[in-house]
Design a protein around this ligand. Sequence first.
Ligand code: PMP
Length: 406
Amino acid sequence: RTSLDVATIRKDFPILNREVNGRPLVYLDNAATSQTPQQVIDVIVDYYHNYNANIHRGVHALSQEATDAYEEARQKIQKHFNIAKADEVIFTSGTTHAINLVANGFSSFLKTGDEILVSAMEHHSNIVPWQMLAERTGAVLKVIPMNQNGELVMEQFHELLSEKTQLVFCNHISNALGTINPIKEIIDASHEVGAAVLIDGAQAAPHIKADMQALDVDFYTVSAHKLCGPTGVGMLYGKEEWLKKLPPYQGGGEMIAEVTFEKTTYADLPHKFEAGTPNIAGGIAFGAALDYLNQIGLEAIAQYEEELLKYATKKLLDIEGLKIYGTAEKKTSVISFNIKGIHPYDIGTILDKLGIAVRTGHHCAQPIMDFYQIPGTVRASFSFYNTKEEVDTLVEGVKRARNMLL
Ligand code: PMP
């Protein structure tokens, strides 16, 4: 049974009080972005009300206050993910930026014939940058296949690994299917052949507290907007040895040690990868969002979400013709489904009329849709502030849509 006081938690989220199309909002698109609690909104407002200033530059009081708050947020992130050094935390604009930063850096290390392994269930942001990298370097992209349940075929992964493998990329949790991937096995096996591993934690961070040192992963990425923080900010974790080796991604202010027209030397970590004025309020709010989640407790959150997932799965499967994609034994609170004979977009549109927000489409993971030979799915994704009553509303809505459309 849940230990969460969901009724009290919901009071922290002002948006949950609003109506959509004359009905109370039922927000079930948490895998796309999570909602923001008042505690995090307050931190953003406080920054603009009281100490808005550029960081790492000014000697004046406001600049000092802003710098301290921003660096304190970096330390909160470091602590949350059990990262050895604060310098290994690079602020980015999100997961997409973080992955591109690493892919760009690896251009200097790869040569023709090197192999890059990518899982079959990646978000486009974890496919396209590697394709671009392969094109630039002559490296070959190989795919770790998945099975009908939406699980990676690990025997084939082990077969694909060889001394040619330089890089392996996989998400911790699939945004389209909810599968929790066996990342520790992937990391350890990849290291045995000398390959580096990047894990895309965008979807995992709101549910699982990943421990960077225990995982021994080389790179891990997070977007704050998926974990009750604001958009436009995220983290790249990188092992210090890698971050020292990788060239800078963008040039500009903040990332230099010394500039002349003849030669520029770069700043130390983490600033080498943080060119330009960052999303200062966003970074500080990222830290506040982690405080908020930790105060509730990620284990309690995961346990409650598991209850919601089981409850919703059972109820939805009672609907005739409904099929769920992604039935991995280990999954989080994402349900991707279709009803035989109905386009997902039509279901999504009717649900919206009923105030229910779900995502429809390919979820930025077209290869998964191709694998199942479908145009897309309806995806309901649950967070700790959702209730069983909301699941009931979803199920009633889907039934209604089915009756209208069939
Ligand atoms: N990877 C996964 C698994 C995701 O779910 C997302 C966001 N949908 C991304 C990457 C991209 O994150 P962002 O758009 O915040 O850069």
